[in-house]
Unconditional design. Structure first.
Length: 318
């Protein structure tokens, strides 16, 4: 039997059947899949550290197992019990934390609390890549929200993040952020088309939209339902239909933090981000484009249209 390092107290969960992503595979094979070997002092590959020994230069506390500090997995279980209770509704984290971190959390918390359920729902997100390269501090390509807000509105950033299912990898690019802004142009265009009617007072989110979110937060499918409502808004003629569609569209979008502005503010660039173009400048450009079209100077007209588009202003010619 291998000897455990002094001060290290391990717990085996061989008899504890966790039900995370490694179901159906041995933990030894899971270690191999991660490119790691089970340390030789472990009795079983599923053993994990509860109390790690500390040298004099490291933080530590006296314990029956010697001076040391909580193991990595134990820290999370202790914080959850102290601040949230024995059972929590949602626990999130990156897909790389499923094994061994979250499996070990389940084992130690469930065993410590007499078999009580530890977490009701686990949400593991895919990695965010930047231009097909993993986002990492060491690489220096970490994206910060306050920097992204210089490129686009907060709603566009939100929509770009929602464009992929949370469990799937997300490749973040400037083009993707531009697409998200254009998608919002379509949604706000639909809302503007309904501006002459009031939303139905008893409006509720679209059933297909809700069904998609209830299906493991399937945001791409939910967005498809939202754009179907936008399509209906653009072709509706009866006032009752317009009122119903407007109410359903706004109620659905509100659940994911979209369409929070007045459509005219959105298209004028006078958004809540406080960083939009000057309305007077926009009016001058629109007038110049109208003059160019009247003079059949279509090259100049297209140039001004592209300049306005770059500022987030979408013109719809009749």
């Amino acid at each position: 039997m291998p000897t455990l390092p002094k001060g290290m107290y391990c717990s085996t969960c061989r008899a504890f059947p966790t039900t995370a992503a490694c179901r159906g595979a041995t933990r030894t094979n899971c270690w191999r899949a991660r490119g790691s070997k089970s340390p030789p002092y472990k009795r079983d590959a599923s053993d994990f550290v509860l109390w790690k020994p500390s040298t004099p230069d490291l933080p530590g506390w006296d314990s029956p197992w010697g001076r040391g500090r909580p193991g990595w997995h134990l820290e999370c279980s202790c914080m959850i019990e102290k601040h949230l209770g024995r059972t929590i509704d949602i626990h999130g984290g990156g897909i790389d934390l499923v094994f061994p971190h979250h499996e070990n959390e389940i084992a130690q918390s469930t065993c410590a609390h007499g078999g009580d359920t530890f977490v009701r729902y686990w949400l593991h997100n895919g990695f965010v890549n930047v231009d097909r390269e993993k986002m990492s501090k060491s690489i220096g390509n970490v994206l910060l929200v306050h920097e992204l807000l210089k490129q686009a509105s907060g709603e566009a950033i939100r929509l770009a993040l929602l464009s992929a299912h949370y469990r799937q990898p997300l490749d973040w690019t400037d083009d993707g952020l531009d697409r998200a802004t254009k998608m919002l142009d379509r949604l706000y265009g639909a809302a503007r088309a309904l501006s002459e009617v009031d939303a139905s007072p008893d409006a509720a989110p679209d059933p297909d939209f809700i069904a998609a979110l209830n299906d493991d937060l399937n945001t791409p499918k939910a967005m498809a339902a939202l754009f179907e409502l936008a399509r209906q808004a653009n072709v509706a003629t009866a006032e009752d239909d317009k009122r119903r569609i407007k109410g359903t569209l706004l109620a659905s979008a509100a659940l994911i933090g979209l369409l929070e502005q007045d459509p005219e503010d959105w298209f004028s660039g006078n958004s809540d981000d406080g960083d939009g173009p000057d309305p007077a400048e926009i009016e001058t450009l629109i007038e110049a484009r109208n003059d160019a079209r009247a003079a059949k100077d279509f090259a100049e007209s297209d140039r001004i249209r592209d300049e306005l588009s770059a500022k987030g202003i979408l013109l719809e010619d009749g």
